[in-house]
Ligand binder design. Structure first.
Ligand SMILES: C[S@@+](CC[C@H](N)C(=O)[O-])C[C@H]1O[C@@H](n2cnc3c(N)ncnc32)[C@H](O)[C@@H]1O
Length: 273
């Protein structure tokens, strides 16, 4: 397992385990993204940007919806993720997909060039979401859409458990240290309005994962991904983290535990024509 690169201004790590988590997550969130793209009427011929696309993002879904005649551009600041996304597009034969390495705040792409500028789980992971939304609005064509999906950590775990409480507190603390916002989902609509977008709308999904579903473990998985940051800040030792991880996972795994780790907000807004 490699540790991957560490990006300033990004909460999570980019280890192989984290890349695999993002790939599995992309598959799980696909139905929500499909609903969003249906709502916006994404269709053949559209030019679409998937900003912060990661190793996979929604490149395949968008490539299918926009073919033929349309094009999908993926952008990520992490060169490892760009390489993985390019490999993914090549393996799937997605001829209308290109991937570029750039910072979401200043992509260098031409203004007004996309029918849809889309970002999933990017704003909640960075300290300057307003700057990224401004860039998204700049890149949308007049009358085009800006849209995204962001989590909001309203965590429900029942029955309560001390290890779970400590783990969620640690998640919040580590996220704060990174200067990012774990409650981003509820704030995206305000960011869109501040960027001058109109017709802003929001939908919220609450997925209650059944026993055995891997996404019941999203909080311990995120804390694992944040481990280098937690250790560097001296919040816990490696041993304490291992013990907490084990205790929390045992409780979450129990079939009788009700687990709702996050809400997912989908948000959209239109650039005035
Ligand atoms: C949580 S992942 C989500 C990936 C993908 N959107 C998805 O939903 O599967 C966030 C991604 O944003 C990328 N990222 C972080 N900071 C960025 C920045 N400043 N510019 C562009 N991408 C960035 C990370 O490298 C990572 O791939």
């Amino acid at each position: 397992m490699t540790e991957g690169v560490t990006l300033p201004g990004y909460t999570l790590s980019s280890s192989e385990a984290e890349q695999e988590r993002l790939r599995r997550q992309a598959d799980d969130l696909r139905p929500h993204s499909t609903d969003l793209f249906g709502r916006l009427g994404v269709q053949p011929g559209w030019e679409v940007l998937d900003l912060g696309c990661g190793p996979r993002g929604n490149l395949d879904l968008l490539a299918g919806l926009t073919a033929s005649g349309g094009r999908v551009t993926g952008v990520d600041v992490n060169p490892d993720h760009v390489r993985l996304a390019e490999g993914f597009a090549a393996a799937r034969g997605l001829g209308n997909v290109t991937v570029r390495c750039a910072d979401a705040r200043a992509t260098g792409l031409p203004p007004g060039s996309f029918d849809l500028v889309y970002a999933r789980l990017l704003l909640m992971n960075i300290p300057w979401p307003g700057d990224v939304v401004a860039e998204m609005a700049r890149l949308a064509r007049p009358g085009g859409w800006v849209a995204g999906e962001e989590a909001d950590a309203i965590c429900i775990c029942d029955p309560p458990h001390e290890a779970w409480d400590r783990l969620t507190a640690l998640l919040r603390q580590a996220w704060q240290l990174a200067g990012a916002d774990l409650a981003m989902g509820r704030r995206v609509a305000a960011l869109y309005r501040a960027a001058g977008l109109t017709d802003v709308g929001t939908h919220v999904y609450a997925d209650l994962h059944p026993a055995g579903h891997w996404r019941r473990m999203i909080v311990p998985d995120l804390v694992r991904s944040l481990r280098p940051r937690i250790l560097a800040a001296g919040l816990l030792t490696e041993r304490e983290l291992d013990d907490l991880d084990r205790a929390a996972r045992a409780h979450i795994e129990a079939p009788g535990t009700v687990m709702l780790p996050m809400l997912y907000f989908t948000t959209w807004g239109r650039k005035p024509g």
